[in-house]
Design a protein around this ligand. Structure first.
Ligand code: 3DU
Length: 213
């Protein structure tokens, strides 16, 4: 099956037979507080059990001291990757988290910027120094701000960039990819669609057209 450059943000439960049908089109699935709180850890594991997916990303936007974050990720061993905020800094927080994840074969994504209006990109120079010295697997950068994705891509040519804000938040499908992102994180556009499978196919087509433009 043709994989799109899509990470499905599963913030709502969708019928298992629909998920089984569409999951083959995704690179990954991103799970955050909404589904985790609704279904619990065992419920989420059950949802994911039959899916053939390359990457399961836990998006808890970790932002705490080392011990607390490590305690959290230890309980989520079904995930391959974790997203954390960069602004919490390295010593006593991200440094220890990164070591723990490295030692357990898990990946870390750091947020470079967020998609909403109120996020202040004046902090980016600091965030950039944190990302540079921590050297995470990947970076989250917003599809609502293609100029920011371009800056992040220039600063981090070798990192995987994943990009939320497509569709419901106003980012156009494929634009993040054209500006340097590797994958688009897409939630509501898919799970609120009356025909998720066709919607996913449509997204993949648009992504390909944009990439090949
Ligand atoms: O707007 P959507 O329904 O396509 O979902 C986007 C997901 O990405 C959602 O889980 C949200 O919490 C997450 N996210 C952002 O939307 C924006 C960010 O800057 C970071 C994460």
């Amino acid at each position: 099956m043709l994989k799109g450059r899509i990470i499905f943000s599963m913030d709502e439960e969708i019928p298992q037979h629909v998920l089984l049908k569409i999951s083959g089109y995704f690179h990954g699935i991103k799970i955050g507080y909404p589904l985790l709180l609704r279904k619990g850890i065992d419920g989420v594991k059950e949802i994911l059990r039959k899916l053939e997916i390359n990457e399961i990303i836990m998006d808890l936007k970790l932002a705490d001291i080392d011990n607390t974050m490590i305690n959290i990720v230890k309980q989520l061993d079904f995930a391959n990757s974790f997203i954390a905020h960069s602004f919490i800094g390295i010593d006593g927080a991200l440094g220890e988290l990164k070591n723990f994840l490295d030692n357990n074969g898990k990946k870390l994504y750091l947020l470079a910027s967020m998609s909403h209006k109120g996020w202040n990109d004046d902090f980016y120079p600091y965030i950039k120094t944190v990302i540079k010295s921590l050297n995470p697997y990947g970076i989250v950068a917003p599809a609502t701000k293609p100029n920011v994705i371009r800056i992040v891509r220039d600063d981090f040519p070798d990192k995987i960039i994943i990009s939320p804000g497509v569709g419901a938040q106003g980012g156009k499908i494929g634009d993040a990819l054209c500006n340097g992102a590797d994958y688009e994180i897409i939630g509501r556009t898919i799970y609120t669609s009356s025909d998720p499978e066709n919607k996913v196919k449509e997204i993949i087509k648009i992504q390909e057209e944009k990439i090949n433009e």
